[in-house]
Design a binder for this molecule. Structure first.
Ligand code: HSE
Length: 428
């Protein structure tokens, strides 16, 4: 029976630092709960000289990766450098060297998780990634265990803190996207290169992970339809509020008639829905199971300490069952091919903003195109007509996405229509 577990952390950035801090500051509690002594043995980073917010004993630091992934003393490797390369190679080497791996790296798990889980199983070690989705919120383990007796029908929510911070601020301050992004960057809530967050990649990686586990399906990044938030404007927010909605970037996974619908996009969320009130960097994820009903997981979706808390929980889980044969609850490698619905077959209500001429017959022409494509209008309003034109704002009833896209194409070709702004889906 092994009573000492040694941990190596690769990457001394935000999450590596949060993880180190919790392992050191809560060492006694962690040992008491797991019955094992968990020792932070080594931290490897290319930069070990820049002062971090949380300082560790300099003897723990090294720039040599071999001191972790090829060190026989180390039992658990935390990979917290992010991205694919060299993160994936480090994870593979660690697993092959019979070390369990914990990673908050959603991109590597979304793109290579299934093969890495098989590699872990072959080597009799664990691969855990609670922190890859929802930061500090427990969601991976609940999916595998807490609600593991259910067929999951739906999993959806806000899984990106940066975009939720930006969208909340845009709504509260009536600002446009570019100025809010700049403020978020100045405050450290958005990265210097914010592409992965604002274009929806980050949410898509998380949806791959969630839907793989929730539906037991072979889901790939390419299966996710995604849109980011860069085209959302202050005017969209103004109308959203007028109609009783908040704009949120949602990741949505649904099982409908044995097929999966997987999408990430800005959404008009009714103000009465709890997701409309998730502000700042917080995340919230809904899971609907056939027997448990509807559950919601809410909390800080990013940040050193919340994410470090999830990483350390994974290390503790490994410690609990260390030296025992691999447990089926930990690694799932039994994923199935399930048909994934294409974008044209999604159904939703849609919000459209149309810049058009202010003259007779325009509304009739637009209505006629909607009618031709079976698009029924739920609400409409027209405001601010000037000599330059007017703005027609429409929310449709539930309609097939291919129908609304065809209708928009035809409306765009009308001589009296200047611009159809970005479509926004309505409802959760
Ligand atoms: N960039 C991510 C976010 C960090 O904003 O949610 C947590 O995965």
């Amino acid at each position: 029976m092994k009573n000492i577990i040694k941990v190596g952390i690769i990457g001394y950035g935000t999450i590596g630092m949060g993880t180190a801090k919790i392992l050191i500051e809560n060492k006694t509690l962690i040992s008491k709960r797991t019955g094992k002594e968990i020792i932070l043995e080594k931290i490897v980073d290319l930069d070990i000289t820049t002062q971090r917010e949380y300082q560790v004993d300099p003897s723990l630091l090294s720039t040599d990766i071999k001191e972790i992934i090829e060190n026989d003393d180390i039992n658990v490797v935390v990979e917290s450098i992010g991205g694919i390369n060299p993160a994936k190679t480090f994870i593979e080497t660690a697993l092959k060297n019979k070390k369990s791996v914990v990673t908050p790296n959603k991109e590597v798990i979304a793109k290579y998780g299934r093969e890495l889980m098989i590699l872990a199983e072959e080597n009799g070690v664990d691969l855990f990634f609670e922190a890859a989705v929802g930061g500090g919120i427990p969601i991976i383990r609940p999916l595998k265990m807490g609600i593991g007796a259910n067929n999951i029908k739906e999993i959806y929510g806000i899984v990106n803190g940066t975009t939720n911070f930006i969208l909340s601020k845009m709504a509260d301050d009536g600002e446009d996207f570019d100025e809010t992004l700049k403020e978020a960057q100045d405050l450290g809530y958005a990265e210097a290169d914010p592409t992965a967050d604002i274009e929806g990649f980050d949410s898509s990686y998380k949806l791959v992970i969630l839907s793989t586990l929730a539906f037991g399906a072979k889901v790939d990044f390419e299966n996710i339809y995604y849109e980011g938030i860069t085209k959302i404007t202050a005017r969209d927010n103004m109308y959203a509020n007028e109609f009783g909605y908040e704009i949120k970037l949602l990741a949505v996974g649904k099982e409908i008639d044995g097929k999966l619908e997987l999408r990430v996009h800005p959404t008009f969320v009714p103000q009465s829905h709890p997701l409309a009130n998730i502000k700042g960097v917080n995340n919230a994820i809904y899971v609907k199971g056939d027997y448990v009903g509807e559950t919601m997981f809410y909390g800080p979706g990013a940040g050193a300490e919340p994410t470090g808390s999830a990483v350390v929980a994974d290390i503790m889980d490994i410690a609990y069952s260390f030296d025992t044969p691999l447990n089926r609850r930990n690694l799932r490698t039994d994923f199935e091919d399930i048909e994934i619905v294409g974008q044209g077959d999604f159904n939703s209500e849609y919000f459209l903003r149309i810049d058009c001429a202010d003259e007779s017959g325009v509304l009739a022409a637009i209505s006629s195109v909607f009618g031709k494509h079976d698009v029924s209008i739920k609400s409409a309003l027209q405001k601010d007509a000037t000599e330059k034109g007017s703005e027609l704002v429409v929310i449709t009833h539930d309609v097939k996405e291919s129908s609304i896209l065809n209708a928009v194409k035809e409306i765009e070709s009308l001589k009296t229509v200047f611009l159809v702004h970005k479509l926004i889906r309505v409802g959760v």
